[in-house]
Unconditional design. Sequence first.
Lengths: 327, 307
Amino acid sequence: MLLKILNALITVGVGVGAAVILYWLLNKLAEVLPGQWEHRLKPYFYILPAYAALVFYLVYPAVQTIVFSFANAQSTAWVGLDNYTRLLESKGFQDTLFNTLLWMAVVPALTVVLGLAMAVLADRLNPTWENTSKTIIFLPMAISFVGAGTVWGLIYNYRPEGREQIGLQNAIVTALGFDPVAWLQVSDFHLNSFFLMIMLLWAQTGFSMVLLSAAVKGVPEDTLEAARIDGANERAIFFRVVVPQIWGTVITVYVTTLIGVMKIFDIVYVMTNGGFNTNVIGNEFFNQLFSNFNNGAAAAIVVLLMLATVPIMVYQVRNFRREESMA
Amino acid sequence: MTQTQTTMAAATPTPKKRKRTSSREGQPQKAGWFARIVVFVLCFLWIVPIIGLFLTSFRPRDDANESGWWTLFWTPSAWRGMSFDNYVTAIDQGGLGQAFVNSLAITLPATFIPILVAAFAAYAFAFMEFPGRNFLFLAVVSLLVVPNYIAFVPILRIYGDLQIAGTFPAVWLAHIGFGMSLAIYILRNYMATLPRSVIESAKIDGASHFQTFFRLVLPMSLPALAAFAIFQFLWVWNDLLVALIFVGPGDNAPITVALRNNLMGQAGSGQHLITAGGFLSMVLPIVVFLLMQRFFVRGLTAGAVKG
């Protein structure tokens, strides 16, 4: 045990040390080059190691994954579009897609709304209460989804009728005189998916609140004053003065959460493993890879996921360029 | 020397935060009952699940699995049975002690090693002119969005060939690769706000890029470095998927995997052990988070709220 910690610390030391030496060498290498070449090449030397990591861990695998998506389960023979057609034609995968879309439709929007509500309302409390309440909302961000699974397991826990309930939600329901419900198994109206979404909301609202709170505090006071002098009520001020000025942040929070939701895996894997029609793309990918040992299908799922992120990517890049040109 | 230091301190960008507290008192509607009640209810809903977990983790097995934790509030005698026994069992028999150490062995290198690498790239993007700079940085911006799922199958094959699947470096190297675009992005954006005049004057004084980076830019970027480090720490510590794929269960499994496989996945383990394990898995990130919250928030707002 102690040895492992010691090893970890040594690894950190060696790793950071090696990085320093690497850059020192790259820098020296640039300096021995004749005149102009030093200035021309030095920037590339500085970004080279970072780019090596990006290329090895993201760019190259992306290309390879696209290739694998046209090959069979063991990636030994080409199968054309079979992986895609088989996935898209299967009822199970259609449900999985629908569930993922449901998550995408519900969670980012609610995260923004809850975070904004919390940001605006906490802003009106005195500083002590503002900080305390924000810390409480923010806290779940530090907790893993597996940890969240242990937390919410105690909320959604189900015991058959007649036994004492140890899940909070069923305790409330039975106290009100109803029968206990196995919440995560109720797929009518995707109720169980919504219960899983609540877990993500619980974890993500703090992030949204912090960003939006900073944005709300950054709204110039004089614009609010001007609206007040014009006789606008609080609601009008909020929707017509505050919201337009923080719209950029609203979009940022929405997009960031959306990307996270598209990749959601842990919550579903830990709580239901996709059972009772709660499957999502991330979990299906994992099952194709490690339960079905089907590289081709897994790769095809990732390619579909990647295609879905392309619009977001384009938006991000355009947005970044616009901001840079304004700066 | 003192001169440059004062200019530096004065010129170091501090996030603009308008304090508007003074104008608050004049507006009684600001802290109305509505706001207080809504905030209180939300906080209550947010914290109750954690309290439930915390209390359950100390309860004896039969109590924890046969009655709700809230019954503690009207059965004072039940408090007497509370102990650390569940934690001892989870650490020893559940293997979470070992897993906790494994998590450290994965998280520490994954957090600290990429910082310098990303900082050098960020420096080049912020302070050096070179053909292709914009294109290369836009590539980083677009890679921010790419789901790391795309890497798993090919990397797993490479790891298989190199026979390093299941080892610590297999995971932390992967986390370095996946975290790199965010690191470059955060650091470059922060460095771009540093006053150019300071860097220019260092150049006039004859400092090389290498010296400027280590003596000037790196120390000045400390808030951004800290922000990224906290991000990466939380992300790696809390990760389940990357660990499942590149380490899997076993002697090297981090705490998320061990918690899932050894406790949650076993029908017999019971709520008393699951909650103890759950709390064990979150105690370090919560402490780090509470201690470093200010840096974290500043990093979040600096990275995302622009203009």
